[in-house]
Design a protein around this ligand. Structure first.
Ligand code: HEC
Length: 99
């Protein structure tokens, strides 16, 4: 079994939610970290009035549904990423995992 096959086998054996939040973290570091602090203990604090992901997760009104609708619509201050359903789900489960 090649190294890549081994990694895929490990990923496939994780529960779906853990898999999602892992790929969500990966996407967040690629696409969201330019503006948002995306982790519990930020490596850098550059959020200029932009809510951090842990702060978003902690808001009482934040649910998977509220994040889904926010990420499915266009925004004024935040770019529209045109995320696919699975990318949105991964990001949502990552954000909610910061609770
Ligand atoms: C170019 C900067 C920028 C990038 C990149 C960016 N955001 Fe944002 N985001 C913002 C700003 C600014 C706000 C606050 C919007 C407002 O107050 O109108 C925001 C708000 C949000 C909110 C709503 C927060 C709340 O209070 O409910 C969510 C959820 C969110 N961003 C998720 C993401 C995700 C997921 C990504 C990566 C796919 C991302 N953002 C990438 C700038 C950005």
């Amino acid at each position: 079994m090649g190294k890549m096959t081994a990694i895929i086998a490990v990923l496939l054996s994780l529960p779906a939610a853990a898999q999602d939040s892992r790929s969500g973290r990966f996407l967040a570091e690629r696409w969201c970290m330019a503006c948002h602090i995306v982790e519990r203990e930020p490596r850098s604090a550059t959020a200029d009035g932009v809510p951090t992901f842990p702060a978003i997760a902690a808001k009482p009104g934040t649910t998977a549904a509220s994040l889904d609708s926010y990420l499915s619509t266009g925004h004024t201050r935040m770019p529209d990423f045109q995320l696919s359903r699975s990318e949105r789900n991964a990001l949502i489960s990552y954000i909610l995992s910061l609770r």
